[in-house]
Design a protein around this ligand. Structure first.
Ligand code: NAI
Length: 251
């Protein structure tokens, strides 16, 4: 019954929201979901400004200034989606940050800000969308974890813990959502060439690249294509899963 009329646009008629869509992996996810026919609501912090509008325009979607850590972020998003679109079919929790320090030097603010964006926001926003009845039956939720959340990474205790938390959230929530044919899965990218990884020291960057059997960092579009598969009709029976996007990782 859910078979798309147009095989080239499997998400035609669907509404998607992508957090952290102004740049990097989020912008690539917005682009690929739009290519597949979805209307994409591109959300990012107010400071993302023109970069966010540029992504939204490029994909023929709409932009929404939304800090995912705001106390009412979930309710605001639910209201936006219900009022403008009558609901949402695909939710991609892509917004993420690093505030790396060795644990001994890590102040509480650094730890909690990473947790707030990477783990609490997906949990609170998903809960708010469900409570408001904004997520339609047959919908898709996609978390963005990381190889660091599977195998750890030196100097990234807060980041790795938050990304491991995303995996736990996805695995535990899957059976709760299954009765409504809503799936929830996660991608776990390895080293992907974006502004986030450009900021880390060269030696660490090279180490990250070498962990991929591809012999190089992945591209944002590699992650985006996997997210698009989770959003597509063909993955309807796949839920609670984590897919590494990093070549054949040695981890
Ligand atoms: P990026 O730093 O290039 O982009 C992240 C986007 O999220 C930015 O546009 C930023 O404004 C937005 N954002 C940050 N805090 C936000 C908030 N409170 N509310 C709304 N938006 C917010 O990062 P990149 O590399 O594109 O990463 C995207 C996701 O992929 C993140 O969750 C990251 O942890 C994850 N990831 C990235 C990897 C990489 O190698 N680049 C590897 C594994 C996971």
């Amino acid at each position: 019954p859910d078979a798309p009329a147009d095989r080239d646009r499997p998400l035609a008629g669907k509404v998607a929201v992508v957090t952290g869509a102004a740049r990097g992996i989020g912008a690539a996810i917005a682009e690929v979901l739009a290519r597949d026919g979805a209307h994409v609501v591109c959300a990012d912090v107010p400071a993302a400004g023109e970069a966010l509008s540029a992504t939204a325009n490029a994909v023929g979607g709409t932009s929404l200034a939304l800090d995912v850590t705001g106390p009412d972020a979930g309710a605001v998003l639910a209201e936006h989606l219900l009022t403008r679109h009558g609901g949402v079919d695909v939710v991609v929790h892509n917004a993420g940050i690093t505030r790396d320090k060795k644990l001994v030097n890590m102040d509480a603010d650094r730890w909690t800000s990473v947790m707030a964006v990477n783990l609490l926001a997906p949990q609170r926003i998903t809960a708010a969308l469900l409570a408001a009845g904004a997520l339609r039956d047959g919908g898709r939720v996609v978390g963005v974890s990381s190889l660091a959340g599977i195998a750890g990474n030196a100097g990234q205790t807060s980041y790795a813990a938050s990304k491991a938390g995303v995996i736990g959230l996805v695995q535990a929530l899957a059976p709760e959502l299954a009765t409504r044919r809503v799936t929830i899965n996660a991608v776990a990218p390895g080293f992907i060439e974006t502004a986030m990884t450009a900021a880390i020291p060269l030696v660490t960057r090279e180490g990250g690249r070498r962990l991929s059997s591809l012999g190089q960092g992945g591209l944002s579009v590699d992650v985006a294509e996997t997210v698009a598969w989770f959003a597509s009709p063909g993955s309807a029976a796949v839920t609670g899963q984590v897919v590494r996007v990093c070549g054949q990782s040695l981890l």
